[in-house]
Design a protein around this ligand. Sequence first.
Ligand code: CP
Length: 306
Amino acid sequence: QRHLLGMAKLQPFEIENLLDLAEREIATSRRDDKKKSVLKGRTQINLFFEASTRTQASFELAGKRLGADVMNMSVGNSSVKKGETLIDTAMTLNAMHPDILVVRHHAAGAVALLAQKVGCSVVNAGDGAHEHPTQALLDALTIRRRKGRIAGLTVAICGDVLHSRVARSNIIALNALGARVRVVGPSTLLPAGIEDMSVEVFRRMDEGIADADVVMMLRLQRERMAGAFVPSVREYFRYFGLDEAKLKRAKPDALVMHPGPMNRGVEIASDVADGPQSVIEEQVEMGVAVRMAVMQALLPSQELAA
Ligand code: CP
């Protein structure tokens, strides 16, 4: 079975192929009749053990637009609440012969473990602080469409890198596509050994976003900081929140990105999030196209490997 578990497993040409395929699906998503039949007869189950708005909704829409039968498992109402394990839950669903399982889980590695057990394709919709590959693909597509290329661009990924699967997947994808990747944040929110991921590390926003082509902000993930250092929101915004003044350090045509959900006034000021340089809503639109591309690529009849 073919799976998409992380960006680390994809070659640059495979990433480019997925972006090209997604590019074609943008048109599908914009026309009146959005329905195709590429996945007609296929069953897609979305299994989300963590909250989601964008990822779950866009996987559901993507599957439906491709003609699949889509089922959203409501974990809150499932037998997980009665103590059923991840693997038992997955095997139960597997017995119903789905073709694609889309899984989000709070533990890094959980989706890969599940993929070893089931007989269908598995897509990682985010596993702990490990990877969120479809987010990196939609971010790359957004950048490529706006800038015409990714190679040679300077992308500053800013904020809570430590807890961010989005940052990890983006670092891998953007490096593979030839961008210069920076990470910017306080030492307490930068993972040990991050330098080994081919990034330049900055601990001050003014230096980290200077002359950047893309400023990608990350959510401060306070829910993952239990028992650890939690910065005060006021102080965090002052030093690491993206406001108009800090954004002036980047190139005048720099893109402002955020994977969502945003904490306005924490990592990003409202006027910047809603401002002319923001492509945050465009990221959401690209999410549907990218997920349509990924699910088509996972079909055995397709040439693309994922
Ligand atoms: N970007 C992202 O993963 O958003 P959701 O948590 O809403 O899916």
